[in-house]
Design a protein around this ligand. Structure first.
Ligand code: MAN
Length: 355
């Protein structure tokens, strides 16, 4: 790995730092945080994964939000009727469909200096419709004018899609519906219009194995209707052979749009989930469909909290905040923790292998 020096690095949040939503639940992860700079510091929107503490011998607990009762419920499924796919996912033998053994929502967390947490009692974005019954996950925040736009993964019996919400104050959120239907994750909005259109990176996943999941680019007149889809980048190395996806929103630099993306090393037939590391990409400022260069990995699981957790060996960058010469990158570690790492902007740009 061609690792970029970590100028500052801290684990900011552990599951035990956050109270569970109810007494008989436990928080198992506070990770994959969206981040944005505001007048008051840095706002993080953290994915909080929870599960019931109750155990019934011979059964697995599968939580979900129930539209009928407008509350969370637990489906107790016989162990013999299901098989684990990985630590997060079980497959129901009768239907062949999968379920998650936790339920995620998003919580607002405040940091004045961007390097430590001040308040964890902010607002929440919780599952609230039929596309969110198995959880809302992995947000990204992009500021456009005076509105913060949040893309997030909505998981349900209808599949894994990406939805859009917006807020001006991080106290209340307005849902704007599904913008990329299934299966699509890692949808990241550019922080300004290019030409007269909004742009997004996205990551469609098909079930027919013509390809591994790749990063695509799309554009839109209004953030809701997306078209002009085009492939941008696929896994080219051993570190990102399994899948890739955009990380935080791209940053404007004089040399182009600078972005981080994650890659997964799992190959077909490998046991386990593989390692998640990060690469860096650069897109043309006027024409972001032109990839100027990409390289990786430049950031990988090394620290104890990145190597050990619910899903070991994961760094998953989802937020970025600019400082003078440096960038604070917010990331999920081991699908369990929220952490921050500081990189030199110059070093990141220099690490891009130009095409
Ligand atoms: C994968 C992982 C999980 C996530 C589900 C649904 O299994 O990324 O963390 O909960 O997909 O999005």
């Amino acid at each position: 790995m061609n690792a970029i020096p970590r100028l500052f690095n801290a684990c900011l949040l552990r599951p035990g730092d956050l109270p569970p939503s109810r007494n008989d639940w436990e928080v198992i992860g506070a990770f994959n945080p969206a981040a944005v700079a505001t007048g008051e510091g840095v706002v993080l929107l953290v994915r909080v994964a929870e599960r019931p503490t109750a155990r019934k011998p011979g059964f697995v607990a599968l939580p979900r939000w129930d539209m009928g009762v407008n509350d969370v419920v637990i489906d107790w499924v016989r162990e013999s009727a299901s098989e684990p796919v990985d630590v997060r996912v079980v497959k129901l033998k009768e239907t062949g469909l999968v379920r998650l053994n936790f339920l995620s929502h998003l919580r607002v967390v405040h940091s004045r200096d961007g390097r430590s947490i001040d308040a964890i009692d902010g607002a929440r974005l919780e599952p609230a419709n039929e596309y969110e019954e198995f959880g809302v996950e992995d947000p990204r925040i992009t500021r456009l004018g005076d509105t913060f736009f949040i893309t997030y993964v909505a998981v349900s019996r209808h599949g894994v899609a990406t939805a859009l919400a917006s807020t001006r104050d991080f106290k209340s959120f307005q849902r704007r519906g599904i913008i990329f239907c299934l299966e699509n994750k890692d949808v990241v909005l550019f922080p300004e219009k290019i030409g007269d259109r909004y742009h997004a990176l996205h990551r469609p996943t098909g079930s027919a194995a013509f390809t591994k999941p790749e990063i695509w680019l799309a554009s839109s007149p209004d953030l809701v209707h997306w078209g002009g889809h085009q492939h941008l980048l696929g896994g080219a190395g051993a570190w990102d052979a399994g899948r890739v996806g955009a990380g935080p929103p791209p940053l404007r630099t004089r040399e182009g749009w600078l972005g981080l993306y994650h890659g997964n090393s799992r190959r077909e037939g490998d046991a386990g989930i593989g390692h998640y590391s990060s690469g860096v990409l650069l897109l043309d400022l006027e024409n972001p469909r032109r990839l100027v260069g990409a390289s990786g990995p430049i950031f990988g699981p090394e620290r104890e909290f990145e190597r050990n957790g619910y899903v070991p060996n994961v760094v998953f960058p989802t937020g970025i905040v600019e400082r003078e010469e440096t960038l604070l990158v917010y990331y999920g570690a081991a699908d369990t923790f929220t952490a921050v790492v500081e990189f030199s902007r110059r070093e990141l740009l220099n690490s891009v292998r130009r095409m």
